[in-house]
Write a protein that binds this ligand. Structure first.
Ligand code: G1P
Length: 292
């Protein structure tokens, strides 16, 4: 039985320039999906998969994320005095337990691989999940739980994948498909970061959830900047592939790329329609708007 995944790393140092001016003073990870910040949705998914240690790689102007995962005494006292028990319960159930959240900074924007490397001391010598919060992966069970099932069977490194139209492959990391393991899993025999369409080994993208062995840190450390002058996590994984197995798990659900405006708006619609407390009213209003 492989070592269980108890730690998840959330790289949240990005500037969010695509959402200016909303992200001028507020981290993009605090933009809301209905009434939950994007980062909270990602944390919920990791917690559902058994994660107990949430490691955030932050940067300048990201202090609000730390505050979000802390107790807010004044707010809670006010809610208690007003008898707002439902809201109090939401705050309590979202809060990581004492010591479960750790924060470190990526001091320079040197790429996703470098952001992950910044978390090495907090992760230690254990396998861990890597969760890119921009990619909101809506599924039941969640994407990480789907991956954990294959991980428990096979160990190694797991990447959530999904197919995209061929003309979009150059926006993503792409995996090559090796041996079929089941309806939902296959061995990965190749990886390439943001290939030209005619050089992509498939149309399966690396979609934003990874289970990685700690040896990846040494591979990141040994590495020179790759695509876009950044230290890419994909390059480190390619090197690790020489010594360890990588498996692709086809995500069963819907992915919203909240790094772009349409993806973010679509996520709000999808999550809104999934919320029993607002669904009937929201659906009616949406239908009316679409007809107008
Ligand atoms: C990163 C990864 C890429 C992956 C993508 C998913 O790229 O490097 O392999 O497909 O996330 O969103 P980025 O979006 O940071 O350019």
């Amino acid at each position: 039985m492989p070592r269980p995944i108890k730690t998840a790393v959330f790289p949240v140092a990005g500037l969010g320039t695509r959402f200016l001016p909303a992200t001028k003073a507020m981290p993009k990870e605090m933009l809301t999906i209905v009434d939950r910040p994007v980062i909270q949705v990602a944390v919920d998914e990791a917690r559902e998969a058994g994660v107990e240690h949430f490691v955030f790689v932050t940067g300048r102007n990201k202090g609000v994320i730390e505050d979000h995962f802390d107790k807010q005494f004044e707010l809670e006292e006010t809610l208690a005095a007003r008898g707002k028990n439902e809201q109090l319960e939401i705050l309590a159930s979202d809060l990581p337990q004492a010591g479960q959240a750790s924060f470190t900074r990526q001091q320079e924007p040197l790429g996703l691989g470098h952001a992950v490397w910044c978390a090495r001391k907090l992760v230690g010598d254990e396998p861990f999940a890597l969760v890119l919060p921009d990619m909101l992966m809506k599924g039941a069970p969640g994407c990480l739980s789907q991956m954990t099932a294959t991980y428990e069977e096979r160990g190694g490194n797991i990447i959530a994948v999904e197919e995209v139209p061929h003309d979009q492959v150059s926006n993503y990391g792409i995996v090559g498909v090796g041996e079929t393991l089941s309806d939902t899993a296959f061995s990965i025999n190749e990886m390439v970061e943001k290939p030209a369409q005619n050089e992509a080994p498939s149309n399966y993208i690396i979609s934003g959830r990874y289970i990685l062995q700690p040896e990846v840190f040494a591979e990141i450390e040994a590495q020179k900047p790759g695509a876009g002058g950044e230290i890419q996590i994909t390059d480190a994984m390619i090197r690790l592939m020489a010594h360890q197995s990588f498996y692709g798990v086809k995500f069963d659900g819907t992915t919203f790329d909240c790094g772009n405006k349409v993806g973010f708006l679509m996520a709000n619609v999808a999550y809104g329609l999934d919320r029993p407390d607002i669904e009937p009213e929201f659906r009616e209003a949406l239908n009316a708007l679409l007809k107008s």
